[in-house]
Write a protein that binds this ligand. Structure first.
Ligand SMILES: O=P(O)(O)OC[C@H]1O[C@](O)(COP(=O)(O)O)[C@@H](O)[C@@H]1O
Ligand SMILES: [Mg+2]
Ligand SMILES: [Mg+2]
Length: 315
């Protein structure tokens, strides 16, 4: 069985890059252990909560951020860290050549109900500055904390899936994930329908119409509310995820963040044969203007993404 170290040795001869991914995997294993015990430690609530001993608790978003920061701090290749939990970028090893952007805990509103959450990361050359297109990523990945702890990672080749065993080793379970081109599942928060644009309305209406509608087949809708969990399902069996620009998120440019949510997920989905778009252009071609920039996100099975894009082209 291939483990993470063997896979990294075959994928890259850049020691720093392998080191950063190893550090993120170690951070993920540590966060998984914290999450497993979090309800007992009273850590699933908001910052400012207390545990059963009456001690002040830090929210798991902050704890996860600290864990990622500590692992990257111990890694000589990381010179810059951008995190959802930190207003400003943190400068780490001055000699390091890599930048990491992370959402240390994605889907944290699902923590109190014991539903899958995750850690997302993107790796770029620090020399390119903090605002680089997703296309420039050297690697991206996420860790999904579900019934199993999964690490999904891609350098520039194919997207691969690892599983954390009971000895703390990452064992490869899928060498090259493949998102089927067509699918009968879509994921969108339908409670936001009144804010949707025309393209989103039309695409979803076609799906809901099922086999007698223009799509000519039956669809199912799934929405976990943790991007990592929704994308993991799509990576493993196909489907489409939509968090489009809508009238409520218009002023902010969207809901999800470009550097540490949209770009790494688009990179992973593309490495498995899927596609991503804002509705108007490939997410990976968007020039960032701010480290915490938000962006519309539509990604998954190619045929589905093409059908949404067609509605956007028709205005
Ligand atoms: O509340 P909504 O509209 O269902 O949005 C859910 C989305 O928001 C997020 O929770 C945002 O991520 P964070 O939890 O990291 O802030 C995504 O994981 C998820 O896809
Ligand atoms: Mg998130
Ligand atoms: Mg988060």
């Amino acid at each position: 069985m291939t483990d993470l170290a063997q896979w990294l040795a075959a994928e890259t001869d850049t020691e720093g890059l392998a080191g950063v991914i190893t550090a993120m995997a170690a951070a993920g294993a540590e966060i998984a252990a914290v999450l497993r015990a979090a309800p007992i430690a009273g850590q699933t609530g908001l910052a400012g909560a207390t545990n059963v001993q009456g001690e002040a608790q830090k929210a798991l978003d902050v704890i996860s951020n600290d864990i990622v920061l500590n692992h990257l701090r111990a890694n000589p290749a990381t010179s810059i860290l951008v995190s959802e939990e930190l207003d400003e970028a943190v400068h780490l090893a001055p000699e390091g050549s890599l930048m990491v952007a992370t959402d240390p805990l994605d889907g944290s509103s699902n923590l109190d109900v014991n539903v899958t959450v995750g850690t997302i990361f993107s790796v770029l050359a620090a020399s390119g500055g903090m605002l680089q297109k997703g296309r420039a990523q050297l690697a991206a990945g996420y860790i999904a904390y579900g019934p199993a702890t999964s690490l999904v990672v891609r350098l520039t080749g194919r997207t691969s899936v690892f599983c954390l065993d009971d000895k703390g080793h990452w064992v490869q379970v899928v060498a090259a994930a493949a998102v089927p081109a067509s699918s009968g599942e879509f994921a969108i928060n339908t409670a936001r329908e009144r804010f949707w644009d025309e393209a989103t309305r039309r695409y979803v209406a076609e799906n809901v119409a099922g086999e007698t509608g223009p799509a000519g087949k039956r669809y199912n809708m799934r929405w976990v509310g943790s991007m990592v969990a929704d994308i993991h399902r799509i990576l493993m069996r196909g489907g489409i995820f939509l968090y489009p620009l809508d009238s409520e998120t218009l002023a902010n440019g969207g809901r999800l963040r470009l550097l540490y949510e949209a770009n790494p997920m688009a990179w992973l989905i593309e490495g498995a044969g899927g596609l991503s778009t804002t509705g108007h252009e490939n997410i990976l071609d968007v020039e960032p203007t701010h480290i915490h920039q938000r962006i519309p996100v539509i990604l998954g099975s190619a045929d589905e993404v093409h059908r949404v894009e067609r509605w956007y082209r028709q205005g």
